[in-house]
Design a protein around this ligand. Sequence first.
Ligand SMILES: *[C@@H]1O[C@H](CO)[C@@H](O)[C@H](O)[C@H]1NC(C)=O
Ligand SMILES: *[C@@H]1O[C@H](CO)[C@@H](O)[C@H](O)[C@H]1NC(C)=O
Length: 314
Amino acid sequence: MTFVTICRQLFNTLTSPRHLILLLFLTSVLLYLLINQQQDKSCQYLRPDLGLRGNSERSKLSPQKRDSASENWLCENDFSEIMILPPTHKKALTYFKCRHLTAPSILRYNVGTWPAPNDLNKVVSTIFEKVKRGFFVDAYAGDGITDSNTLLLEVGDQWSGVVIEPNDTQRSILVNLNRKAWLADVCLSPYVGVFQVQNNMQKERNPPNNSNSGLINQPRMSSRTTECFPLVTITSALKVKRVNFMVLNLGTHVLNVLKTLPYDDTLQVDIILVKHLFGTMSGKEILTFMESKGYFVTHSSLLHAIFALKMPNQ
Ligand SMILES: *[C@@H]1O[C@H](CO)[C@@H](O)[C@H](O)[C@H]1NC(C)=O
Ligand SMILES: *[C@@H]1O[C@H](CO)[C@@H](O)[C@H](O)[C@H]1NC(C)=O
């Protein structure tokens, strides 16, 4: 009886126009807040090529920033401000995420014919036979398919991870594969700091002097900079504390990059594959260094070496 009375009273209240309007107003305010919050959280990670970035951030920027290249409009800091900060500073992480990180693709894989597993990938498959949904870091991933040691884990065992590739040409192939991994278009810093390298330095230093050549609008040699971050910026930005598999295809750069890892409980890396290790002079140095950090060699070939972290129970 009382339930019916309450319902009737409520109905009567709602049908009074003033209350109905108030209720509608409150509901829309609530909905607006809810939707806006969701957008703010997700917009900076969405793929720019899908055109899904939210507009809510854009309006917060100053007019000058709004006019600059559309891909940069989310970033509130300049690189010069980031360079002087510790590489895991909140501002550095935000900068890295909005300028350099692309979310895993939501589109179907576009990998064409599947390459036959090479010897190295057979070893990798065996090591991770029992690991599903692990996390990898793949640097440098090249075109993301030829010689890739992580694609098989991603496709076969639902791993996620991050592929790092600074080369524009390689990356343009990579993005079209629609990999379900994060993509970072940076180079890796050989020390725990952030810096910039200038590509085509030669061309930049000697700009063509056409003031007297009679040619108007002669295209200038393209010159751009690549921004370099240490691995810890990338893992911190993704809030990753454990990496099951790290692939380093960095040539002579590799030892210095290995030295930037913290080797403590802020980041645990279980297995590290160093590619083309023995093509470098520093092969032996790397072995010594990795041993000093508690790793042992589980596999080595003429070219590559795989290191595993000694677990406390081993
Ligand atoms: C980028 O990769 C392409 C294709 O492998 C290569 O030809 C080019 O030299 C690379 N560019 C740089 C700057 O390393
Ligand atoms: C460019 O050409 C002008 C005219 O010939 C000359 O005066 C000037 O010094 C040149 N600048 C450089 C940087 O070479």
